[in-house]
Design a protein around this ligand. Sequence first.
Ligand code: SF4
Ligand code: SF4
Ligand code: SF4
Length: 225
Amino acid sequence: YAFMKTSCMHCADPSCVSACPVTAMTKDPKTGIVAYDAEACVGCRYCVVACPFGIPKYQYDSPTGKIGKCELCRHRYKDGHYSACAEVCPTGATLYGRTSDLLSEAKRRLALAPGSLTTYPRGNLSGGPDQSYQGYVGKYKQHVYGETEYGGTQVLKLSAVDFEKVGMPYLPPKSSASTSETIQHTLYGGLLMPFAVLGAMTYVAKRNVHHEDDAPTDEQRKEGS
Ligand code: SF4
Ligand code: SF4
Ligand code: SF4
């Protein structure tokens, strides 16, 4: 058996933010946290459909349902805390820190020989007290999930079994948000779409307009009936 922690990946180019029509989902340009604003949310659930990891969950049992998702415990920072899952994890299987520090730690582990003894950090990798301990290196798959997937994610994962077996989908290096925005910008940037729509509307309108000259006379109508 194997376990995988499931939470928001805080994508570099989040599809949920791209899909949200009212900017209730936003990505903080400084911390990278993808946050949710319940006051702004209109409950359309576009973000639920857009997320490739199935993270945003909607409150279907409420007439005024809201979205629930991991916000990297941003409400705890003002009290000097960080992500609760990393703060309480006894083995350091979940770590908190800057993405660059997490990536360095992941690559360090991948470079170690399985079974060798190493120092495992716990808690906050980018600050806080040293809580590290000695342990044996696992037999990791040689891949840091999130380094390239979907344009990159700020949550990174290591696994000893195939990622797909623990619920992490195969994803291309480009996010769908980026792909759809490229298409939209290309179409609208060159005003191709407005012209195409105008062209189509003109054509439909023209097909449905009968010129007076084309209209049957009263005598023709009587003959027809
Ligand atoms: S994992 Fe899903 S909910 Fe989280 S930032 Fe990415 S698209 Fe949004
Ligand atoms: S459900 Fe709310 S957060 Fe999600 S896309 Fe709709 S308005 Fe945005
Ligand atoms: S404890 Fe906080 S950071 Fe960890 S998964 Fe839950 S909401 Fe996200």
